[in-house]
Design a protein around this ligand. Structure first.
Ligand code: NDP
Length: 331
């Protein structure tokens, strides 16, 4: 089967030459292993960090080796009693057409409940990230004003709708460009949309929330985080989920200039890693599948076809080429 390997480490934004397609032998299955024919794979902003030779929460990708990440597929051979041939599974060996793994490394998914790609989006890491951020990290209370950045992306397109379910009185989202702003209002349940490409975010946020905000879900960092700190009311809470504005940066960005507002407003800014919430996933899948079925959670995805398009998908997700979840369809 074919796989995508890291050819070289990027400086700044990744380019096609940092990736290389290669053919690899499918090994014989050992006892307890399964062979999966991947059907969909996810590309995610955090993968950019793993292309650098810098320790993170996950180890760096190795030059000359395949990348990895979330994927779903069909088990086509099995030497495991737990996961039979024919099962659909989600696992962590994306960036390749066929994957061999211990059955324990795969989770059987129920495609009667939701289609395969949903397990990489609303029923997967992005959905759980949005849900855990707003129920635990920066708890939304009845009547809160909530602001979400990168609001047309995988996490953000779900977060506004989930905030509303949790009782938010007003949800504000920001995204790049007029088309995404229209979607925030028409499809993803936002009351106000800010366009970070049209001008600085802080004055737009102040105009959309003249009395301030109570909760901020930060996907972007940088100027967006500074704007939110400037808008948070006393007792306000922020879930620091990502800082994509800096992922391709070659120098450290300056910190927010208004950190003393954290003291003045007794604000809470709290980092979150979705890996701390994976125990919640089965319960969350049940809940979110209900929302998909009753139409109260709307989703969007941008699909690129074929393994060869995976590098373009990752390059694209870092620069806003996606609406909703960025996915690669493999078979
Ligand atoms: P998205 O689908 O939101 O894709 C990323 C989006 O970021 C792009 O579409 C683009 O949208 C926006 N963006 C890129 N550069 C900038 C910039 N300079 N300023 C403002 N917006 C920018 O990705 P995900 O939903 O998968 O992830 C969103 C964030 O959440 C990321 O930071 C990611 O690392 C983080 N994350 C963290 C997790 C955790 O455990 N802590 C788990 C999952 C995600 P636009 O066109 O609107 O600019």
């Amino acid at each position: 089967g074919r796989e995508i390997r890291l050819a070289s480490r990027p400086v700044g934004a990744p380019v096609a030459a940092n990736f290389q397609t290669a053919e690899s032998e499918i090994p014989e299955l050992a006892d307890g292993q399964i062979l999966v024919r991947n059907t969909w794979m996810s590309v995610d902003p955090y993968m950019r960090g793993r292309m650098d030779d810098v320790p993170g929460t996950l180890p760096p990708f190795a030059v000359g080796e395949p990348l990895d990440g979330s994927a779903v597929g069909e088990v086509i051979a099995s030497r495991s009693r737990d996961v039979p041939s024919g099962a659909r599974v989600s696992h962590f060996l994306g960036w390749r057409e066929y994957a061999v793994m211990d059955a324990a490394g795969a989770a059987v998914i129920d495609t009667d409940l939701a289609p395969e790609p949903a397990y990489l989006g609303a029923l997967g890491i992005p959905g759980l990230t949005a849900y855990a951020s707003l129920t635990d990290v920066a708890e939304v209370h009845e009547g809160d004003v909530v602001y979400v950045s990168a609001a047309a992306g995988a996490v953000g397109s779900l977060a506004g709708q989930i905030a509303r379910k949790l009782g938010a009185s007003r949800v504000i989202g920001s995204a790049g460009g007029p088309e995404k702003n229209r979607l925030l209002l028409d499809r993803f349940g936002y009351d106000a949309a800010l366009d970070h490409r049209a001008g600085p975010i802080a004055p737009q946020l102040a105009a959309a929330a003249p009395d301030g905000i109570d909760v901020y879900l930060d996907n972007v960092g940088g100027d967006h985080l500074e704007a939110a700190i400037g808008a948070l009311r006393p007792g306000g809470r922020a879930a620091l989920v990502g800082a994509i504005s800096g992922y391709n940066a070659t120098e450290a960005a300056p910190g927010p200039s208004n950190l003393f507002r954290i003291v003045q407003g007794e604000l809470t800014l709290r980092g979150m890693l979705v890996s701390s919430y994976v125990g919640l996933l089965p319960e969350f899948i049940g809940k979110a599948a209900g929302w998909l079925a009753d139409g109260s959670l709307r989703t969007e995805q941008t699909v690129l076809d074929g393994l060869d398009r995976a590098p373009a998908a990752l390059i694209g997700v870092l620069s806003g080429a996606n609406t909703g979840k960025m996915l690669v369809r493999l078979h």
